[in-house]
Ligand binder design. Structure first.
Ligand code: C2E
Ligand code: CA
Ligand code: CA
Ligand code: CA
Length: 279
């Protein structure tokens, strides 16, 4: 039995070494990817529920690796968060998304808000408001065309500091959305205190509609609560016409999901915008 114990210990030790080594390896490759321009953004339409029109685009990062192909963010964003590299990646994403949104404006496409994900560490680490202001000046994107997606966790941690950052962003005219709403622990009181424009209902509450009555209640409650606080509500991960009908009936404002479109490369997204404009 003793031997077994050591064996198990060695197994975990080896496993931890392996994970640590893999993380270092990914970090080094990610650093190079950033320098070599191997990161790119895909864009997923955000749709106005009443008109059915595309009013925004969420920018989602991908890593185009020459050998492995397109690597999804779940495989490298957590590593970037853990190593601090998220600061540089986040800065690149913000700049690129704003440049793209400005290019679409210049091309005469329908006005659109670009939504950019900001990780908790990025939110607390850098001087986000200053960074955002610089990018807006550099790209010439009007502030109202930018929305930042923050998580409940980022806001609840060091609440006073978070409130200051939010107020500065709001002062610039930039929109703020709470991502994955319902999965964290934000209180009604803090929601009321924070200047927030949009609540994004987490996909986990949408997926099982209409089979799960609890999820339907939760989604409806979030919509009602958002509206009572003067906040717009967007449902994430809408995949079926039934889900859309339910959200319509509950007066949800916006949605995003595979039902309308997967995240697309910039060119394909632009094509979608052109089709909409010519309708
Ligand atoms: P998220 O911010 O919640 O983004 C939504 C994710 O849900 C995207 O995955 C999107 O492709 C997926 N999705 C959209 N509609 C549907 C649907 O109808 N069904 C299903 N099953 N999935 C749907 P993606 O692009 O793989 O991104 C995963 C996560 O990685 C994001 O979750 C976000 O947390 C993170 N991420 C992506 N880009 C960035 C970035 O630029 N910066 C940071 N900090 N995080 C990012
Ligand atoms: Ca998001
Ligand atoms: Ca989300
Ligand atoms: Ca998520």
């Amino acid at each position: 039995a003793k031997g077994d114990g050591r064996g198990v210990y060695r197994y975990y030790a080896d496993e931890m070494t392996r994970i640590a080594r893999e993380r270092l390896h990914i970090e080094a490759r990610l650093r190079r990817a950033l320098a070599d321009g191997q990161l790119l953004l895909h864009y997923q339409p955000q749709v106005d529920l009443r008109s059915g029109r595309i009013i925004g685009a969420e920018a989602l990062v991908r890593w185009q690796d020459p050998e492995q192909g397109l690597i999804p963010p779940v495989r490298f964003i957590p590593v970037a968060e853990a190593t601090g590299l998220i600061g540089e990646i986040g800065a690149w994403v913000l700049g690129e998304a704003c440049r793209q949104a400005r290019a679409w404006l210049d091309a005469g496409l329908p006005a659109l808000t670009v939504a950019v994900n900001v990780s908790p560490r990025q939110f607390h680490q850098a001087d986000l408001a200053t960074q955002v202001m610089q990018v807006l000046v550099e790209t010439g994107l009007p502030p109202t065309h930018l929305e930042l997606e923050l998580t409940e966790g980022a806001l609840m941690e060091r609440e006073a500091e978070a409130l200051q950052v939010l107020q500065r962003l709001r002062g610039l005219g930039v929109g703020v959305a709470i991502d994955d709403f319902g999965t964290g622990y934000s209180s009604l009181a803090s929601l009321k205190r924070f200047p927030i424009d949009v609540l994004k209902i987490d996909r986990s509450f949408i997926t099982d509609i209409p089979d799960d009555p609890d999820d339907m209640e939760i989604a409806a409650a979030i919509i009602a609560m958002g509206h009572s606080l003067g906040i717009l509500v967007l449902a994430e991960g809408v995949e079926t016409a039934e889900q859309l009908a339910f959200l319509q009936q509950r007066n949800c404002d916006r949605y995003q999901g595979f039902l309308r479109s997967r995240p697309l490369p910039a060119q394909a997204f632009e094509q979608l915008l052109r089709e909409q404009a010519s309708l």
